[in-house]
Design a protein around this ligand. Structure first.
Ligand SMILES: [Zn+2]
Length: 78
């Protein structure tokens, strides 16, 4: 099992405003409406974290992207 954790990297007072995955370093930010409640902010971060896929940790077999050799993706620049 992969072990990844959500780490809060930005706080607004006691509200988590941004977090990152300790595994792939992907960052998540809480949308403004959710910042008004600590519980909403926490849930938003957790949801984004739970739903994201860590880059570079794809398991062979579950994700078949090798169709006809057109798997060169150069569009992943932030
Ligand atoms: Zn990740």
């Amino acid at each position: 099992m992969e072990k990844r954790n959500l780490r809060v990297v930005k706080w607004l007072a006691s509200t988590p405003a941004a977090g990152e995955c300790t595994q792939c370093r992907l960052q998540f930010s809480v949308p403004l409406p959710a910042l008004q409640r600590v519980s909403d902010a926490q849930e938003s971060l957790r949801k984004q974290f739970t739903e994201h896929k860590c880059a570079g940790t794809d398991k062979a077999g579950t994700d078949k992207t090798d169709k006809a050799g057109t798997d060169k993706k150069e569009t992943v620049r932030a």
